[in-house]
Design a protein around this ligand. Structure first.
Ligand SMILES: [Zn+2]
Length: 444
């Protein structure tokens, strides 16, 4: 029953066939689906009908793919305003599943799936996991949360659909996660990258060396993470760490994924039509230029969304991928316009801070950004854990490291910020999405 690493990685799953569709055929399919989805949205959802009527647009105006840019955008606010069921295009009798994403404030966003929608989603997740080198025979530990969050069930159905063995352990209870990983011969782990970093650390404390386990693949998403973080994960384990992308509003995980090349994410554009727009003006940007990712669900029945503004910043990669997939790639998303904060007039993304910190030797991937206001001026302090050796070393080594971190941040951000080195375990660990930013400016 043992499979070598090589046979597992070269396994091809028939569900992946659409990943290699010739581009002219893909465009034809996209246009047919676009026409059908705009018709469906117009006929069944009040918001879309009003918006199209206001612009004097009819579903029949979608005569080519470029016509999509004539459609109005949908934003998160539209989902909140129509809470809970106002954007459904199917009667409740046809809705087989509801999920909800927790908002930072107020009511959540509710999303609906018909039987066909669940099938499309499952299929997209099978393709995602196949693209990350998983196959039948893998033993997959699914540490994404099960519940209203789409992560747990999305991965669960996908891994089962692929024929892998799923362990639906959900998030939390790290010691048990490590016991299961070791005792069940787990070969693949699904969770947020920050939680996996925590697992590596805890495994070390329990005397478990992850490099000695059969674990060979990690499929990480649900939060932006840097290549420095990937290097940290890959150097402390034997796994290949893959980045995937998705959002509940569109389907959940399964919108885009890396392939063996780990160089950008292929978008499953036969189901989710991607555009990159200027976040300020909404204008469509030329291929290769960085902007906000906008997605249209091409086959979603219960809750179609037209030109949904994701707030995620990325760009198309114009060159074809060496893996042979014809689906377009986007750069991995390291920035969300929602995460951005402004300090002394400078736009800062937590991921920039992460990349700068982790590039300096001696740091651990546990950090926090604390914003305060001192005498009316914004102040930013970055707290980061450093390896135990540094603390046992002479004081000079710590000062030297601190100086290098201040310089690294200055180089990336163009401002001097305060860096505080803290001992391992000082910063709270997360079992889901990590909270990197603490903004205390309004409390003063
Ligand atoms: Zn590829």
């Amino acid at each position: 029953m043992t499979q070598t690493r090589e046979t597992v990685e070269t396994h091809y799953h028939p569900a992946s066939a659409p990943d290699y569709i010739p581009t002219p055929m893909l465009k034809k399919l996209q246009l047919e689906r676009l026409q059908a989805i705009v018709r469906r949205a117009y006929d069944n959802v009040g918001l879309f009908r009003r918006q199209l009527d206001e612009r004097g647009l009819a579903p029949s105006d979608m005569t080519c793919l470029d016509d999509i840019s004539r459609l109005p955008f949908t934003v998160k606010h539209d989902l909140r305003d129509n809470y809970p069921f106002g954007l459904f295009a199917s009667p409740m009798q046809e809705v087989v599943r509801l999920h909800a994403s927790s908002g930072t404030t107020g009511k959540p966003i509710v999303v609906a799936y018909s039987r066909e929608d669940v099938d499309v989603w499952t299929n997209a997740m099978v393709r995602t996991l196949a693209s990350c080198g998983l196959s039948k025979g893998d033993i997959a530990q699914n540490a994404y949360g099960y519940g209203l969050f789409t992560g747990g069930l999305g991965f669960h159905y996908g891994a089962e659909g692929l024929g892998a063995t799923v362990i639906p352990i959900s998030g939390g209870n790290t010691d048990r996660q490590i016991m299961v990983m070791k005792d069940f011969g787990v070969t693949a782990i699904f969770c947020t990258p920050s939680y996996f970093v925590h697992m590596i650390e805890r495994a070390g404390e329990l005397g478990v060396d992850m490099r000695e386990l059969p674990l060979r693949v990690g499929v990480f998403g649900a939060e932006p993470w840097s290549d420095s973080m990937r290097r940290h994960i890959e150097s402390h384990t034997r796994i290949k760490a893959y980045d995937i992308y998705g959002l509940s509003e569109i389907t959940g995980p399964g919108v885009a994924t890396e392939c063996a090349c780990q160089n950008g994410l292929h978008v499953f554009e036969d189901h989710f039509y991607p555009e990159i727009v200027n976040p300020e003006t909404g204008e469509t940007l030329p291929e290769g230029q960085e902007g906000e990712l906008v997605l249209t669900t091409l086959s979603k029945r219960a809750m179609p969304l037209l030109r949904y503004r994701t707030r995620d910043i990325t760009a198309f990669i114009p060159e074809p991928c060496e893996c042979g997939r014809t689906l377009r790639r986007i750069h991995r998303i390291s920035r969300r316009s929602d995460d951005m904060f402004i300090i002394r007039g400078v736009n800062v993304f937590p991921s920039q801070v992460e990349a700068a910190l982790l590039a300096v030797e001696g740091t651990l991937p546990h950090y926090e950004i604390v914003l305060t206001r001192e005498k009316g001026l914004d102040a930013m302090e970055v707290q980061i854990e450093v390896t135990p050796e540094f603390f046992s070393d002479k004081i000079g080594a710590l000062e030297d490291l601190q100086g290098r971190l201040v310089q690294a941040l200055d180089h990336v951000l163009g401002i001097r910020v305060h860096v505080r080195l803290v001992e391992p375990h000082s910063i709270q660990r997360s079992e889901g999405k990590a909270k990197r930013l603490i903004d205390r400016r309004n409390l003063v």
